[in-house]
Design a protein around this ligand. Structure first.
Ligand code: FPP
Ligand code: MG
Length: 298
């Protein structure tokens, strides 16, 4: 079996486990408010590569964290990711009709329901982390809540999205683009990579290496996204492509050229891998994930 095939198998295994966890955390509701729960389930189940949950589980395995703790933390973080996609697709933001190969939530339901479904996923993520089933130690649960809030709030993903919405008139240079993407995409991915160390109460040094690894693969992931936006199609990626150029947004491809962007992504993967050297062979799944982010087709 090649490394790529072995990685694909373990990504599929983690996806199945996190899907089951999300399904159990989001049971359907019969009353009238059940419509928002249906929309939350539509947004969070049946789709997505589950890369962030994989990163949570792989970092948790470095420290022998119990599987159920890792899966609950992974499901919470994935809820944030799914909420961000629902809101990003709204007419007020990217105005997209297609996500994960299906109609976006506001198309399948309506705009108000999509806003509420995003709100519901965002708040439930913190409910899951704060539950003693996620970790018996209240200080660890508080650390998980704080880390996820910082990574997804105005100093992280929300801040990056705010810059992105203004990007057409900012004409960002490469450093500006790196900052935008480190906030918008990198912070949540880096948080996923740290979560295993946070669950384990590991050293600051271990947490810092995992954050740096996550930031590097997050940037490589975004560069790969920019490349796919130019080279791929909606049929393959399950979402609209070619939109960045139309919106007049600077991307790594527009700034570095296609080949320059690919070279930069490969360099970032190498740098990411150096950050997990200290964990030895136990970090092989993280090495495989780093290679995957620039190989992926969707
Ligand atoms: C695709 O992830 C998603 C990204 C590259 C991140 C984009 C960031 C946002 C949309 C932030 C929006 C923020 C707010 C606050 C609205 P993926 O390829 O892992 O998607 P998948 O889960 O479908 O596989
Ligand atoms: Mg979008």
């Amino acid at each position: 079996m090649t490394d790529a095939t072995a990685f694909a198998h373990s990504l599929t295994r983690t996806a199945a486990a996190v899907n089951a966890m999300l399904d159990s955390l989001l049971p359907p509701v019969k009353e009238a408010e059940g419509r928002v729960v249906d929309a939350m389930r539509y947004a969070a189940l049946d789709g997505g590569k589950r890369l962030r949950p994989f990163l949570v589980c792989a970092s948790a395995e470095l420290f022998n964290v119990p599987g159920v703790q890792a899966l609950r933390a992974a499901a919470a973080l994935e809820m944030i990711h799914c909420y961000s996609l629902v809101h990003d697709d709204l007419p007020a933001m990217d105005d997209d009709d297609l996500r994960r190969g299906r109609p976006t939530v506001h198309k399948a339901y309506d705009e108000a329901t999509a806003i509420l479904a995003g709100d519901g996923l965002l708040t439930m993520a913190f409910e899951v982390l704060a539950d003693p089933a996620t970790h018996p130690d209240g200080a660890i649960r508080a650390a998980l809540v704080t880390e996820l809030a910082k990574a997804s709030g105005a100093a992280g993903m929300v801040g990056g999205q705010m810059i992105d919405l203004q990007a057409p008139k900012l004409s960002l240079d490469e450093a500006g683009l790196v900052r935008l993407q480190s906030l918008k995409t990198g912070a949540l991915i880096a948080c996923a990579c740290r979560f295993g160390a946070v669950l384990a109460g590991a050293s600051e040094q271990a947490k810092a290496h995992l954050w740096d690894y996550g930031q590097k693969i997050g940037l490589a992931f975004q560069i790969a996204d920019d490349v796919l936006d130019v080279e791929s199609s909606a049929q393959v990626t399950g979402k609209a492509t070619g939109k960045d150029a139309v919106a007049g947004k600077a991307t790594f491809v527009s700034r570095l050229g296609l080949e320059g962007a690919k070279t930069q992504a490969r360099a970032l993967v190498e740098q990411a891998i150096e950050h997990v050297e200290i964990f030895g062979v136990a970090a092989d799944p993280l090495r495989a994930a780093a290679a995957f982010v620039i190989r992926r087709q969707a």
